[in-house]
Structure formats: structure tokens, C-alpha cells
Design a protein around this ligand. Structure first.
Ligand code: HEM
Length: 454
């Protein structure tokens, strides 16, 4: 049986299609693949490398197959791209194609130095109906001067000092979640721990009432899936987009009449250089903070725990050498790369990277998960080494859009993982690592479920 098209999974070919292997990033298998009729494109051939047309994987991606449900390790595929095609053109759904940039220094160039714009949604998604647009027009998708104005307005809430004040509350949340699980003797680490911790923290920072938080999670899941490049999932995500916008406008209305001690109130009251945000910008900002604020941290806590469970010697060091905790969290960030790809960048002008010229206006994706495993920067990149030094990973990006929430994420990850292993020194997997299902979609990487015994 031929599987359904998996358009948002990257299927790639290096070498003439007749002879070359096609490697699927989802299942890691190579061919045979069934090609869609090629979309006419004069850039399909470049310097002897033929770039894959949208491909349909073989039976491995029938809707019910395990490979379709889970998303195993993409690192061998990235290693091959770094070696053979470090700037590599792929097709995504929604009629988009993009260039994957996979080497560490090239990703730094894309994020920090090169002539790129973050205004993807403004330039490429102008067709989106007006009512949906505020959710995509946020600071991650903005260039200066808007980017600087928006970032300045929220940055105060995320400084290391401001975040340090939340330490006690974070510890209480971790302990409450683990107390609840203790009597059961087991938990799904994703749903019962890695998700509720950062979701509660960011929801409290924003003043979102407890009863609304899980609802929000359902919406963001649909929104994230919709942004993963599949047309079907994009359309299916539309109601969630509408509901979340409607909810956020309601929340803003309530904070206008009843100000609180939260970021939404601060945004509404903010007057930076005499420049207030308009309501659409507040909606976009809250949506970004919610999405960025927990989807990624959830990945760090769950993938980081899994990595330690799979490396007993490193786990022993984590438990017995507290002086290693800072570098351990950095190494878990590098090793797991919870945000696998940076946001879409657009080339402002033709730009040459690794000998390949990307035309003006094309979309570029810096692959953080690949940069963090680049052998030219990290000796033995596939080894988890909690004492790794130096460790200039790109898990939080680089340059002007460097993660605003990095201090918050580091502290949450640190408290969550140390508390877990301190309270449950016999913590172990309740299933084999192979049975752990991984999240689908392009950007966020982490287990979809992680069953552990306490
Ligand atoms: C382990 C957890 C996290 C990881 C791995 C992560 C990763 C990243 C990365 C790679 C970027 C830059 C993307 C790019 O340049 O395209 C980014 C931006 C951002 N992150 Fe995080 N993040 C994490 C947690 C958080 C948290 C807790 C917040 C807090 C709300 C947050 C808020 C943001 C914001 C607002 C931006 C946009 C900054 C800008 O455009 O100037 N992140 N994050």
C-alpha cells in the first residue's frame, strides 16, 4: 500500500534521482519513494545536485504506520546534508519552498549577520484573512524598528533578575506535580510534568486564569500543527486560530477594566518612547509568549530527562556533581535542540552560502538541531557530555532574535530536571526508548509521551 503524501516531512535526494537514495527525515529510511509530478522549477538542478520534488514516501507513512506517528532521530540525515549539501532546497506545503542551512557557522550567518528579514508573515502570508493576522505578526516575525520597539516593551519581564524571583514558585509547582504522581508510582512525564510546569509559569506571568490553561494548550497544539506545512492541518487549525484570537481579545478587555500584576496589564499600560502598542500587537505578543514560553521548555524537560535516562554515566554525574548543573543544562539544550529550526528568514538580496546562491525573496531555514551537532564545532557531537566546554550551542538562536525567554527556560529546565532526579533516584522508563512517540511537525522537537516509573 502506498502511504499518503507526507509533504511537511522533508524528503531529500542527493545525487541524480535515478540512482540516488532518497532519505526520509521522518523514518530515516531510504527509498523507494514515489515522486509527485515535478512542479516546474528551473532551480531544481543546482551544481550537479538534484533537489527533491515533493515526494511521497513508500508504505512507511500510511496513516496508521508507526513511522508516521513517531518521528525518530533526524541527526544522520543532517550529518549527510552538512557533508554533501549544506544549503539544500526543499519543498514545504502551502506552495512554499525553502533552503535548509545546516552547518553551524552558516546558521550563525543566517541568524546574525546575513541580509535576511524576519517579515515572513507580512510578505508571504498577506493573503491570510485579516482576523487571523495578529497571531502571526509578532516580534519574532518583525524587523527593526518594530522588532526593537516590541522587544523593549517585554524584555523587562524576562531579565535574569526578574526571572530569579519566580524560582520559589517554580519549585512549588514541580513539587505539587510530583506529589500528585507519587502515589501512582508512574507518570507520563510530558503531560503530567514537562507540559504543566512551563504552561503554569507563563500563564501566571500573563494572568491567564487556571481554568483556561488546558484549553489554551489544545488551541496552541492546533496552531502549531497548522504552521507545520501541511495544508490539511493548516485548514484544520483555522478554528483554533479564531478561538484563541477571540479569547485573547476578551482577556485584553478584562485587563483594561481590571488591571492586574501581569504582563498583559503591563503591555496595555506601556508607553515606550510615547509609542503604545495597538491591540493587534498585544494579541500577537501574548500569543508568541504563550507558544514560545512552554512548547520549547516542555521539549527541554522531556527530551533532557530521556537523554539522561539513556546515558547512565551522565545521569550519575548529574546526580552527584551539582557543580556540573549549569553546563549540564547547556549540554542538554545542545543535545536535544527543543526548537529544531529557526523561524523563516527571507533573503533581502541574492546571498551566497557554502557556494550556493540563494535568490532574493527565497525562504531560508536555519536548522538549529543540525548546527548543534556540527562536528566542526563540537567534538564527538553525538555524545552527551555534561561537562562539555566550550559549548556555543544555538539552541536559543543568535543575534537580534536570540531567545528572550532564555533565562526563564534555563531556570525552569534546571529546577524541573534536578527536582525530578533528586526526588526519584530510581526513575526509569516504563517503555523502551524505541516505543516513545515523537511529536510531529517541523519546528518543535520532543517526545509526545514519555512514560516513566518513579
Ligand atoms: C528550552 C526552551 C526554549 C528554547 C530552546 C527557545 C528557543 C528559541 C529560539 C531558537 C529563538 C530564536 C528563533 C529565531 O531566531 O528564529 C527564540 C526566540 C524567542 N523565544 Fe525562546 N526558547 C525557549 C524558551 C522560551 C521561553 C520560556 C520564552 C518566554 C516566554 C521564550 C520566548 C521567546 C521569544 C519572545 C522569542 C522571540 C525573540 C525575538 O524575536 O526577539 N522562549 N527562542
Amino acid at each position: 500500500m502506498i502511504g499518503r503524501p507526507c509533504l511537511y516531512y522533508l524528503c531529500a535526494s542527493a545525487g541524480p534521482r535515478s540512482e540516488g537514495t532518497l532519505v526520509c527525515i521522518v523514518c530515516g529510511r531510504s527509498g523507494p519513494f514515489i515522486d509527485f509530478p515535478a512542479v516546474p522549477d528551473d532551480r531544481q538542478q543546482h551544481e550537479g545536485i538534484e533537489y527533491a520534488a515533493p515526494s511521497e514516501c513508500h508504505a512507511s507513512h500510511s496513516p496508521t504506520s508507526p513511522a508516521r506517528r513517531s518521528r525518530p532521530i533526524p541527526y544522520p540525515f543532517y550529518a549527510r546534508l552538512r557533508a554533501e549539501a549544506p544549503v539544500y532546497r526543499i519543498r514545504l506545503a502551502l506552495w512554499l519552498s525553502a533552503w535548509l542551512v545546516t552547518r553551524h557557522d552558516d546558521v550563525v550567518f543566517v541568524l546574525k549577520e546575513g541580509p535576511f528579514s524576519n517579515e515572513f508573515s507580512k510578505q508571504k502570508m498577506a493573503w491570510l484573512p485579516r482576523r487571523f493576522q495578529p497571531l502571526t505578526r509578532h516580534l519574532l516575525n518583525a524587523d527593526p524598528p518594530d522588532h526593537i520597539r516590541l522587544r523593549t516593551l517585554v524584555s523587562k519581564a524576562f531579565t535574569p533578575r526578574a526571572v530569579e524571583r519566580l524560582r520559589g514558585r517554580m519549585q512549588d509547582i514541580c513539587d505539587e506535580l510530583l506529589d500528585a504522581a507519587q502515589s501512582e508510582g508512574r507518570l507520563d512525564l510530558v503531560q503530567d510534568y514537562a507540559l504543566p510546569l512551563p504552561l503554569t509559569v507563563i500563564a501566571e506571568m500573563l494572568g491567564i486564569p487556571p481554568q483556561d490553561r488546558r484549553r489554551f494548550h489544545a488551541w496552541t497544539k492546533a496552531v502549531v500543527a497548522g504552521g507545520s506545512g501541511s495544508v490539511t492541518r493548516f485548514v484544520l487549525g483555522m478554528p483554533a486560530l479564531l478561538q484563541s484570537t477571540h479569547y485573547l481579545r476578551g482577556l485584553i478587555g478584562r485587563r483594561r477594566s481590571e488591571p492586574g500584576e501581569d504582563i498583559v496589564t503591563a503591555l496595555l499600560q506601556a508607553e515606550e518612547a510615547g509609542d503604545k502598542l495597538n491591540e493587534d500587537e498585544v494579541v500577537g505578543m501574548i500569543a508568541l509568549l504563550i507558544l514560545a514560553g512552554y512548547e520549547t521548555t516542555m521539549g527541554l524537560v522531556s527530551s533532557g530527562t530521556l537523554a539522561l535516562l539513556q546515558h547512565p554515566e551522565q545521569r550519575r554525574r548529574f546526580a552527584t556533581e551539582p557543580e556540573l548543573t549549569d553546563s549540564a543544562i547547556e549540554e542538554l539544550l545542545r543535545y536535544t535542540s527543543p526548537l529544531e529550526l529557526a523561524a523563516f528568514r527571507l533573503a533581502r538580496e541574492p546571498v551566497t552560502i557554502a557556494g550556493i546562491t540563494i535568490p532574493k525573496g527565497d525562504v531560508v531555514l536555519g536548522v538549529l538541531g543540525s548546527a548543534n551537532r556540527d562536528e566542526s564545532r563540537f567534538p564527538n557531537p553525538n555524545t552527551l557530555d555534561l561537562a562539555r566546554d566550550p559549548n556555543r550551542h544555538l539552541a536559543f538562536g543568535a543575534g537580534a532574535h536570540f531567545c528572550l525567554g532564555a533565562p526563564l527556560a534555563r531556570l525552569e529546565g534546571r529546577i524541573a530536571i534536578t527536582t525530578l532526579f533528586r526526588r526519584f533516584p530510581d526513575l526509569r522508563l516504563a517503555e523502551t526508548a524505541k516505543e516513545v512517540p515523537w511529536r510531529r511537525g517541523l519546528f518543535f522537537r520532543g517526545p509526545a509521551r514519555l512514560r516513566v516509573l518513579l
